[in-house]
Structure formats: C-alpha cells, structure tokens
Design a binder for this molecule. Structure first.
Ligand code: DGL
Length: 270
C-alpha cells in the first residue's frame, strides 16, 4: 500500500500534508535527506546521486512509487533517473508536471502545438539549481506561447528553514520578492517552485501584494497523485507503515518539523 515521498529536508512535508489529506487510506513513508540539504546549491550530478540514494531507501520501505517532493531534484535529476536508472516495476514522479498542466491548462501528454494561455506574466521563486536548470521555462515553452517568466533564485531560504530560523527566512523571502518585483512590476501569478516555500507562504503573499495568484503545488500534486493511483492501483507498494525518516539527527529534525507544521511529527533515523 505504501507510497514514498522524498525531499532534501523539511519542504516535502508541505506536499506530504496535502497528499495524506487527499489519500487518507494510503500509508506514506517520508524521507528527508536533511544531512545533505540544501540541494539547491549543488550540481546536477550530486543531486542525482543523493536523490537515487534516497529513493532506494524508500524502495526498501516497500514503496514502489516515490514522489520527489522536491523541485530541485525534479528539475536536475528526474529525467536522467527515469531514462537510465528506475527499474521495471518502480516509478519515480516529480512535482513539476501537475504545476505545468495547471498553468498551461492542458494534460502533460497533449502534444498539440503550443497555444496562448490565460496567465501571461509569471513570477517563479525557486532554488538556484532549479532556476539554473531552466526546466520550468522549457516545459512551459513546449506548451504555451507568450508567457513571460521571471525567475528569482532564492538563495539562503532553504538553509534558514532547515535551521529553524524563521526570522531570517522571512527577511530573505521579502528581499527576494522585492528583487523580482523590480524586474517584473505586475506578475499575475507566482509559483513557489520549491516545496520549502509554502512554509513561508503568508510572507510571500504579503510581499507580493494583492492581485497575484499563488499556485499551490502541494494541492495540485495531491490531486494528480490521487488520479494516478486510481488509474494504476498496482503502484501502491507492499509497505504498510506510515513513517518519517531522516538522514539527519532525528530529534533535531522532529523539533524543526513540529515548529514549521505546528503539529507534532516524530522522525526516525533513515
Ligand atoms: N524543497 C526542495 C525543492 O523543492 C529542495 C530545496 C533544497 O534542498 O535546496 O527544491
């Protein structure tokens, strides 16, 4: 029954919350690679190796399907994993697809020519590695025309969240939003393109001001996973226990997770 959720650290818990609410009967096993976070400042080879190690650990927990609840891993490693690494009978999915589908108002498999879409000015906030990969812009360009994407690499935010330093994280978010708004005066939509950022969503919203639609990646991923499992029930793996695992220090990670989610979460050593 189990499905795995992987992130470099605490951010994937925002996705976990949404998928667990949408699929209450599924036991999810969460793995945060806190010992190696942040991924956003690493190179693609490093991100690939770390993500593969994390996904293998989740396979050991009986999860045949693993969701990379990490935009950085989805942008920098997922394609290579799917093309050359994921064995028969296992699946690894990322968090980009549902977001691109929502923005471009079409299904991923729709190969018709790109067309105009409703949202024309998009602010993308993501880690330096996600921004550098240009994966988001590339996937968008296959499907939509005339969309202007302004990307802001939000250095430092993930570190501050992982350290539990909310004051620093808030200050950094404000300065990154200000920097983006100097280049794009009136975004219509904002993508919080790192699963850590919803933990700071009120700060993003306040800094962006009214009239900017903030896309909720977690809710989109949850709806998409529900649909996927309904179509492919065989990918519910044999595991039956809900677990929170970390490569970091379990007591410390549990405290930070509890602080950010404002409810008790207890991690075990991976
Ligand atoms: N939460 C991750 C993401 O969505 C990872 C960030 C990081 O480790 O830098 O990109």
């Amino acid at each position: 029954m189990a499905v795995g959720i992987f992130d470099s650290g605490l951010g994937g818990l925002t996705v976990y919350d949404a998928v667990a609410a949408a699929l209450p009967e599924v036991p999810f096993v969460y793995l945060g690679d806190n010992a190696h976070a942040p991924y956003g400042v690493r190179d693609a080879g490093d991100i690939f190796d770390l993500t593969c190690a994390g996904v293998e650990r989740l396979w050991d927990e009986g999860c045949d399907l693993v969701i990379l609840a990490c935009n950085t891993a989805s942008a920098a490693a997922l394609r290579r994993m799917q093309e050359s690494w994921v064995p028969e009978g296992k699946r690894v999915l990322g968090v980009f697809v549902p977001l691109i589908e929502a923005l471009t108002e079409r299904q991923w498999g729709d190969n018709s020519p790109p067309r105009e879409v409703r949202v024309k000015h998009v602010a993308l906030f993501a880690t330096p590695a996600t921004v550098a990969s240009r994966a988001f812009q590339r996937e968008l360009a296959f499907r939509a025309i005339g969309v202007d994407v302004e990307a802001q690499p939000c250095g430092g935010v993930v570190d501050a969240i992982e350290e539990g330093d909310e004051i620093l994280a808030e200050a950094l978010v404000r300065s990154h939003v200000e920097a983006l708004l100097r280049r794009m005066l009136k975004p219509e939509a904002a993508i919080l393109g790192c699963t850590h950022y919803p933990l700071m969503e009120p700060i993003f919203r306040a800094a962006l001001g009214p009239g900017v639609e903030v896309y909720s990646q977690a809710a989109l991923v949850a709806a998409s996973l529900k649909d996927y499992l309904a179509r492919r029930p065989g990918f519910r793996g044999p595991g039956s226990r809900v677990r929170f695992l970390t490569t970091g220090e379990p007591a410390r990670v549990s405290t930070k997770a509890t602080q950010f989610l404002r409810r008790k979460i207890a991690f075990d050593a991976a």
